[in-house]
Design a binder for this molecule. Structure first.
Ligand SMILES: [Zn+2]
Length: 386
């Protein structure tokens, strides 16, 4: 049965949440935590606590106790948002939470304050419902998801992750059930040379030249074979290339960053062997070349079996809500790469807002989808623990 609640009031709270500029970096998520805390503390059944992450940065945790017959469920979302970018590219105020024809605009509407608040609202409704659930429900609003996952990392340090039978992450999926996400491996390749006057390049060592040769070898050797049914293939993007000062100076330093997005079946070790192999070849061909790598991001992929009760129940609830029964994969990373990899906890990603709306100008969420997510989270927990 769908829960009854004051939709207008919840939309007002969502607007207040959007108006808080919790831009990361630096984060400043504390005012979002205070707002959610105020909303949840109206419900005496919930045990609420916060976790200090840094200056003006906190996680919020609210626990609804169950009978303990079944394992707990974790409802997760993040409070930080990415920067606005070029302000003039926003037809709507990025922190105005303006509503036009049932659509709310603003940074963080889709990614992911609507999903986060939908989970908090579902938790309250579950707490106010008659009867005890068979397991605990833990709501976790994390800080820092958009940069380094510092909030999720702090949570897994202090909480026993083996108590959870599933994590439900309310990132925007267009209200489609998502059971897997790709990993991310960012490899920075440094190249060091020797400066010389540009008119006598043979007296120096060109760091850019050797870096290009290395990148070419990696490009030729990169050939992912395994195809995951929903995540596709491992991809590679040369996202950063820096080097050189002036046309008339032989550059003595350069670096590039490769962004690999991994799917199950293409191991991190294989990618690192490819990069290190290319470096070894270049240094064998040119003994004056000096190249080395630095790992700047390492998030494992997460793939939950589609037959897992968490995923199957999610599909059933979505069907009942008249939504898609498809199961998809997510190409970007979430806090799931931290929360779900400690104990291999099953992961579900589901939320209002289109995935394509994350990090773009004039980000929006349909309010109808927001309310649908409240019903979805409520219905899912009730089916799993009711
Ligand atoms: Zn997000």
């Amino acid at each position: 049965m769908r829960p009854v609640y004051d939709k207008n009031r919840l939309e007002d709270i969502l607007a207040d949440l959007i108006r808080i500029p919790s831009i990361n970096p630096p984060g400043d998520e504390a005012p979002c935590v205070e707002l959610l805390e105020e909303f949840l503390s109206e419900c005496p059944q919930l045990e609420i606590s916060t976790q200090h992450i840094g200056e003006n940065r906190r996680n919020l945790i609210a626990v609804l106790r169950g009978s303990g017959e079944k394992k707990a469920l974790l409802l997760n979302g993040h409070t930080d948002v990415v920067p606005v970018g070029e302000r003039s590219a926003w037809p709507h105020d990025p922190f105005g939470a303006g509503v036009v024809d049932g659509v709310m605009y603003g940074r963080g509407t889709g990614d992911m304050k609507a999903g986060l608040l939908a989970e908090a609202a579902a938790l309250r409704l579950l707490a106010e419902r008659e009867g005890t659930l068979a397991g605990d429900v833990v709501f976790l609003a994390t800080a820092g998801e958009e940069v380094d996952g510092c909030g999720a990392k702090a949570f897994v340090r202090n909480w026993d992750m083996s108590q959870f039978s599933g994590t439900i992450i309310a990132e925007p999926t267009g209200s489609v059930v998502v059971s897997a996400e790709r990993g991310a491996l960012w490899v920075k390749i440094h190249s060091a040379g020797v400066t010389a006057h540009g008119s006598v390049p043979e007296t120096g060592v060109n760091a850019i030249q050797y870096l290009i040769e290395t990148l070419e070898k990696i490009r030729k050797g990169f050939n992912p074979q395994s195809v995951h049914p929903t995540l596709g293939k491992t991809t590679m993007n040369l996202g950063v290339f820096h080097g050189g000062l002036e046309p008339n100076i032989v550059p003595d330093s350069a670096y590039a960053v490769l962004d690999f997005r991994t799917v199950p079946g293409y191991a991190k070790e294989e990618l690192l062997a490819l990069v290190n192999g290319a470096i070894a070849e270049v240094t064998a061909e040119h003994p004056d070349a000096k190249l080395w790598i630095e790992l700047i991001n390492d998030r494992p992929q997460v793939a939950t079996d589609e037959s897992d009760p968490l995923i199957q129940t999610a599909v059933e609830v979505n069907r009942e809500l008249g939504r898609s029964t498809a199961i998809e994969g997510k190409v970007a990373c979430t806090d799931g790469s931290i929360l779900n990899t400690v104990c291999g906890t099953p992961m579900l990603i589901y939320g209002p807002g289109e995935a394509s709306q994350a990090h773009v100008y004039d980000e929006y969420v349909r309010l109808e989808d927001f309310h649908n997510s409240v019903n979805f989270f409520y219905g899912l927990v009730e089916k799993l623990l009711g």
